[in-house]
Design a binder for this molecule. Structure first.
Ligand SMILES: [Zn+2]
Length: 173
């Protein structure tokens, strides 16, 4: 129970917005320039980037199309490209710190590429925690950050022509 409560504060970074237009209608607007109404990423020069200034200036501008970025579409479809599972008794004792490391690494990843998103964080019945990500790179990146901070064991399992990865980290004491 406490765990679920603690988990809530990472909810802020998971972009649970309710106002979302039909992602597939948006497809046709994909040329040129636009704003993702869900995560606020900006599409320009054929790339998605975070640009808070542009977002703030243009979010209500009817001339700028609003359509979902591929990261948000994947998140809404609940179609993860990566899973990162954290296991072992170390986790229970240090959950807040571990969540902070995950949060910081996620912020760094998103600053570079807003299409990398955490879709969900799940408490598993066996006490482990699974982070679902929009792509395989973010799952690996989070795994490496946790390993760098706490050592333990880190393993990678690839599947689907290397397009999907399951990353496992374990530490018991
Ligand atoms: Zn988005």
């Amino acid at each position: 129970m406490t765990r679920r409560l603690r988990k809530d504060w990472i909810g802020d970074i998971m972009h649970r917005f309710e106002t979302v237009e039909d992602p597939y209608l948006a497809e046709q607007k994909r040329a040129g320039i636009g704003i993702c109404p869900r995560c606020h990423a900006v599409f320009r020069n054929k790339r998605w980037r975070l640009d808070e200034k542009f977002y703030a200036e243009h979010k209500d501008d009817p001339a700028i199309p609003k359509f979902l970025c591929p990261g948000c579409r994947r998140a809404l479809d609940h179609y993860p490209g990566g899973y990162f599972t954290l296991q072992g008794s170390f986790l229970d004792k240090h959950l807040d710190e571990v969540m902070r490391v995950l949060n910081n690494e996620y912020e760094r990843a998103r600053a570079k590429n807003p299409l990398e998103q955490i879709i969900d964080i799940k408490d598993e019945p066996d006490g482990s925690l699974t982070v679902e990500t929009t792509n395989e790179r973010l799952a690996q990146r989070l795994g490496r950050a946790i390993y760098k901070a706490y050592k333990g064991e880190l393993t990678f399992n690839w599947s689907h022509m290397n397009k999907m990865v399951r990353v496992y980290w374990k530490r018991d004491s």
